[in-house]
Design a protein around this ligand. Structure first.
Ligand code: SF4
Length: 219
């Protein structure tokens, strides 16, 4: 009888452990290949002019973090500080995100952080549908490579884009959704939280659910 998926995964893990014990480990080369593949996607975006956001950007903010992350955090787009530094979530909202993660014992170095659009919209306006459409395929490639177990969608644009819905973030947050087998937990964007500190409790509840989903998955 054909083996089920669980058995096949368990056999594969056993085989990899056997190879490791025998001193044959190709896991590092798999990791290296993943890093290289991410670099290739990044190279596709160098000098990208696929949408008009390229006109006002200083730098493309590709994303950063652990390429084997179990948790991926996806925001809307780079802000002022991110555009200058070329790194995601480095301003005040980023510092708040770091504290939110630490509140459930998750360090930034463990996760992968990126955005729906990789260039800063002028004046931090919301990215337009055409801009999202142009940039989204690159995010999909990042997700396919990293293969996180859980995605935390930060804010309306991220949640609505990933879930292909017009439903408001107020109705989406607090629940989990499926995205090609990955659990998606929408919550408020940290920048919104800075302006609306009364929403802290809801974000706290959401991040607890994210941490629980990671633990349940064998984290
Ligand atoms: S937002 Fe994305 S698609 Fe638009 S120019 Fe920047 S990298 Fe290219």
């Amino acid at each position: 009888m054909a083996k089920d998926k669980k058995e096949m995964i368990s056999d594969l893990i056993g085989y990899l452990e056997y190879l490791k014990e025998s001193g044959i480990s190709f896991l590092p080369s798999l990791k290296k290949r993943k890093v290289q593949a991410l670099e290739e996607i990044w190279r596709e975006l160098i000098d990208c002019q696929r949408c008009k956001l390229h006109r006002s950007r200083s730098r493309i903010v590709f994303g950063e973090g652990n390429e084997d992350a179990k948790l991926m955090l996806i925001g809307e787009g780079p802000g002022y500080d991110e555009d200058l530094q070329g790194r995601p979530f480095v301003g005040k909202a980023g510092q708040l995100l770091t504290r939110i993660l630490q509140s459930v014992q998750i360090e930034r170095k463990e996760v992968y952080i990126t955005n729906i659009v990789k260039c800063r919209p002028p004046g931090n306006r919301t990215p337009e549908p055409e801009e999202i459409k142009s940039c989204f395929p690159f995010l999909l490639k990042q997700i396919q490579l990293i293969q996180p177990r859980v995605i935390c969608a930060l804010g309306t644009v991220s949640a609505q884009t990933l879930l292909q819905t017009d439903t408001k973030i107020t109705s989406l947050r607090g629940k989990s959704f499926d995205f090609s087998g990955i659990k998606v937990f929408p919550t408020y964007h940290p920048a919104f939280l800075l302006r609306n500190p009364d929403k802290k409790r809801e974000v706290w509840e959401d991040i607890q659910k994210v941490a629980k989903a990671l633990r349940e998955g064998g984290e």
